[in-house]
Design a protein around this ligand. Structure first.
Ligand code: ATP
Length: 312
């Protein structure tokens, strides 16, 4: 009699990391190194990227597969931020970069909501567990900052103040839950292009950024007051995004006419974020955007959400 033993499944690790909305984004004048100093308040939203890292034979290298909405717009080579994160962690820890990555997109692509950064953060946590490299979060955050300004926040989650390039983070105190609705465009905006337009519009003379300007917003967060938060939403990149996509003005107006507590372009756009009073109200704004053809898709969610976390 012959017995057949199925091959044991390869060990794998699954991690979830959130997208974000910038409650406020203040952008200073471009510096000699080409970067802009920022003061921003990030809030993680409950739209998640999921990354599964699976062990592969030694020497197999990195591979990546992507599914979920808009997956066809994501690169499958070494330019993918998840791939770069695995490479960076391997380099940092001296292990061989051998892993199969599977990314399930849950955050709009090129929508100013840092979906790629969430993939990078999730990959760092997943590979750290799979390769048993055991880096403390603070060290993972250093590797994260080398991958992009938004990656450290996707590790941390919740709500945080970002300074420097947005990568120097201080957690912010918040109370309660906020209801968000996002108008997402199939046609993304390139973040560098939005910054270039910002430089043109401000003629390189943007006002210096001040943390003190965020006092009303921080107070609204501490009080858990969505009305005050809505009034304090701010984005210095909004004029640049609107000049590249004038139709977003109507999306903002429709949200305000629908009673949104505040509406703002999310990060570098073209996603528009509206703060609603409740889930019902968020759905009503979403219905208006859909009926008026103001968005290709609408996404309702809550915030704040947790940072990159292992799923058991
Ligand atoms: P950010 O606000 O952080 O600048 P974003 O949210 O506007 O980014 P992403 O979805 O993170 O945009 O990605 C922007 C571009 O980066 C995409 O158009 C894609 O070509 C490329 N990219 C690289 N890796 C990824 C990834 N894992 N997921 C999505 N896009 C990726």
């Amino acid at each position: 009699m012959t017995s057949y033993l199925a091959p044991a499944p390869q060990p794998s690790v699954r991690v979830r990391a959130p997208g974000k909305v910038n409650l406020s984004l203040r952008v200073g004048p471009v510096q000699e190194d080409g970067f802009h100093p920022l003061v921003t308040i990030f809030q993680a939203v409950a739209l998640y990227e999921e990354v599964t890292a699976t062990q592969v034979p030694v020497g197999a290298g990195i591979s990546i597969a992507v599914d979920g909405p808009q997956a066809d717009r994501v690169p499958l080579d070494e330019t993918n931020l998840a791939w770069r994160a695995a490479e960076a962690l391997a380099r940092h820890t001296g292990v061989e970069p051998d892993v199969a990555l599977h990314v399930t997109k849950g955050v709009p692509v090129a929508g100013g909501m840092a979906g790629g950064s969430a993939d990078a953060a999730a990959t760092l946590v997943a590979c750290d567990a799979l390769w048993e490299t055991g880096l403390p979060r603070a060290e993972l955050a250093v590797v994260a900052a080398g991958l992009g300004s938004d990656v450290p926040f996707a590790l941390l989650g919740h709500t945080a103040v970002g300074t420097g390039r947005g990568d120097l983070l201080t957690p912010a105190m918040t109370r309660g839950e906020f209801h968000w609705v996002f108008a997402v465009s199939d046609d993304g905006l390139s973040t560098p292009e939005v910054y270039r337009r910002f430089d043109e519009l401000t003629a390189g003379q943007a006002r210096d950024v001040e943390l003190a300007d965020e006092a009303p917003l921080m107070h609204a967060l501490r009080a858990g007051d969505p009305h005050a938060l809505g009034a304090a939403l701010h984005n210095d990149l909004e004029p640049a995004a609107l000049s590249l996509r004038p139709e977003l003005e109507r999306t903002l107006t429709l949200a305000r006419e629908g009673g949104a507590l505040g509406a703002v372009v999310s990060g570098s756009g073209p996603t528009v974020a509206a703060l609603a009073r409740s889930r019902q109200h968020a759905l009503a704004i979403a219905a208006t955007w859909t009926a008026e053809g103001a968005a290709d898709t609408v996404w309702c969610t809550t915030a704040p959400a947790h940072g990159a976390r292992l799923l058991t």
